[in-house]
Design a protein around this ligand. Structure first.
Ligand code: G3P
Length: 230
């Protein structure tokens, strides 16, 4: 499963890039507004930090203008994926951009039939919002499972399920179990993925036992061992 960072914060993306696990980044107008920086330059900088799909969202509400926005955004960097909302104009835009060979992430998906439309017009990604459904006492992960199943029923559909609006580590685990192709989440959620008390406890115990070893300097010991054999 691909892991994308859901943020426009360059410091968070730089920190995440050091882990070597992230395959892309998703942004949206709210995440961009939160940073208070130039939109296009932010997208360009993100695309130069993480060498993978970087979602940049259109904001026009009519298809012709949305298409123009998308075609221009795609020129900013080869990693740019144009993000459009799951509306009539968004689907019309997705069709036009996909026909141009431009990758599209269709976002704000909240029910399975919407995902069919996105796949029919050649979307690269569909973004079902898990957390926002959970927030209103619906089963967001069930939406992921149903879309994965629908797409599996029709192998000609090439759209990847990008589980979005991820609130906690179990959403990531459950997305992987459901067969999502991608999850996108804030860095803080991915930091939680590292954590387990038994990992921390086990590491402390290993280090405590290692303290009883006479020569604890692995680097020096291996260098001397190798030198004695050359
Ligand atoms: O960026 C798309 C999606 O992941 C945003 O989700 O609910 O955290 O705003 P949310």
């Amino acid at each position: 499963m691909k892991l994308f960072l859901d943020t426009a914060n360059l410091d968070e993306i730089r920190e995440g890039a050091t882990w070597g696990v992230f395959d892309g980044v998703t942004t949206n107008p709210s995440l961009i507004a939160k940073e208070g920086r130039d939109f296009v330059d932010t997208i360009y900088q993100i695309a130069n930090i993480i060498d993978g799909p970087v979602s940049a969202e259109t904001v026009a509400q009519d298809a012709p203008t949305m298409i123009k926005e998308g075609r221009l955004l795609a020129k900013v960097h080869r990693n740019v994926v144009v993000k459009v909302p799951l509306t009539v104009a968004g689907i019309q835009c997705c069709k036009a951009l996909a026909d141009d060979g431009i990758r599209v992430n269709v976002t704000l998906c909240f029910q399975p039939a919407q995902a069919l439309y996105a796949a029919k017009v050649g979307a690269t990604f569909i973004s079902p919002f898990v957390g926002r459904l959970d927030d209103v006492s619906e089963d967001g992960m069930d939406l992921i499972s149903r879309i994965v199943k629908i797409y599996q029923n029709y192998p000609n559909l090439k759209t990847e399920v990008l589980a979005a609006s991820i609130r906690h580590p179990m959403h990531i685990v459950q997305s992987a179990l459901a067969g999502a192709h991608v999850t996108t989440a804030p860095l803080k959620v991915y930091k939680q993925l590292f954590s387990h008390p038994l990992t921390d406890k086990g590491n402390v115990a290993f280090l405590k036992d290692w303290e009883t070893v006479p020569d604890r300097d692995i680097i020096g010991q291996v260098e001397r061992w190798l030198a004695a054999r050359t």
